[in-house]
Design a protein around this ligand. Structure first.
Ligand code: SF4
Length: 336
């Protein structure tokens, strides 16, 4: 069984897991907040290594990643468990599953996933998604390393709630990230996710500093994180820390899991979109189609239509050589 790489033994014989900022202290046979990492006789083990709950070739747009090899397919893998407790989780059946009672899994060794990735010619690599990959860190790390040896690209879809050391160890093997920035107040993170905002911001800044492809998703929930002033503060932070070309996905919320608040009104999304566009070049809608905005990629300099999206289908009428605008040659897409 694969042992965890990040923990310390305390004087009283307990273990502290150092993978994510919860830093759970665990007695023998006790699991952490994520429900999948367990202290077994003084060693820490991830109980979900190799246990795959979902495995599909997906359009890269579904992750969502809009400016990373647009129009391509990526083999997408997920296990179960999560280090957050979001009351509005859209994937709660696998994220909140308990290791001892969740049996909807198939076993795959990392190399078996690589062989599967090779089976489709238009596949660019492997993405770690569906449930939080941080809680299956060792499995993700092993697959990501093998992926790079096989010239595949890698992408992590994450809540960003991971400690510095494991993130830095992973960075050389990860090409792209979509980080879920759920709100811009500690209060929201504490009340609705049972976690904290600051470590997520640190992860986003670290990923950008490492030069990785970064997109951010923000799910807008009416009355909880749609305050215009706080939203604008968040957008300014994104601009200052990651730059105006960072892709932002504004996602529409629907009632799910423990959250019964009505779905996000379209006009709320439109108002926030206009605020975001004052600062950022590329802002898109998720879970909703709104005519004339937030769907296609336009050149921010000359307005040329670079990428047209219809559902998960893309065409690239304005994408020139090397990811540039075919009209004014501005660099738009760094990976294509
Ligand atoms: S990964 Fe799991 S066990 Fe480790 S600190 Fe986070 S929640 Fe706790």
């Amino acid at each position: 069984m694969t042992q965890s790489q990040f923990f310390k033994t305390n004087e009283d014989g307990t273990l502290s897991c150092l993978l994510c900022p919860h830093e759970c202290t665990l007695h023998n046979d006790q699991r952490g907040n994520c429900g999948v990492r367990i202290n077994r006789n003084g060693d820490l083990y991830p109980d979900n290594y190799g246990k795959v709950s979902a495995l599909h070739f997906d359009p890269i747009e579904k992750k969502p990643l809009y400016h990373f090899f647009p129009g391509s397919q990526i083999l997408s893998v997920g296990t179960f468990g999560c280090n957050l407790r979001c009351r509005f989780c859209q994937n709660y059946e696998i994220s909140q599953a308990k290791a001892e009672s969740f049996h909807r899994v198939s076993q795959y060794l990392p190399d078996e996933l690589i062989q599967m990735a090779k089976s489709r010619r238009d596949n660019i690599g492997i993405s770690f998604t569906y449930n939080e990959p941080t809680v299956w860190y060792e499995y993700m790390y092993d697959i990501a390393r093998l992926s790079k040896q096989n010239n595949f690209y890698t992408a992590m879809v994450t809540n960003g709630f991971i400690n510095k050391a494991p993130l830095e160890k992973l960075l050389p093997y990860m090409d792209a990230f979509n980080v879920d920035l759920k709100a811009f107040t500690e209060d929201f993170y504490r009340k609705y996710t049972s976690s904290r905002l600051d470590p997520v911001l640190e992860s986003i800044a670290r990923i950008r500093k490492a030069g990785k492809h970064l997109e951010i998703t923000n799910l807008i929930i009416p009355g909880l994180n749609d305050d215009k002033k706080i939203f604008e503060k968040m957008i300014r932070w994104i601009l200052n820390q990651t730059g105006k070309d960072t892709v932002l996905h504004l996602s529409r919320y629907f009632p799910m899991y423990k959250m019964t608040i009505r779905s996000t009104p379209v006009d709320t999304l439109e108002k926030l979109y206009h605020i975001a566009r004052k600062y950022l070049n590329y802002v898109f809608f998720g879970n909703v189609g709104i005519d004339g905005m937030g769907k296609n990629t336009l050149c921010p300099d000359c307005g040329n239509i670079i990428i047209i999206r219809e559902g998960y289908h893309t065409s690239k009428p304005g994408l020139g050589a090397g990811g540039t605008c075919s009209r004014c040659q501005k660099k738009i897409i760094h990976f294509c």
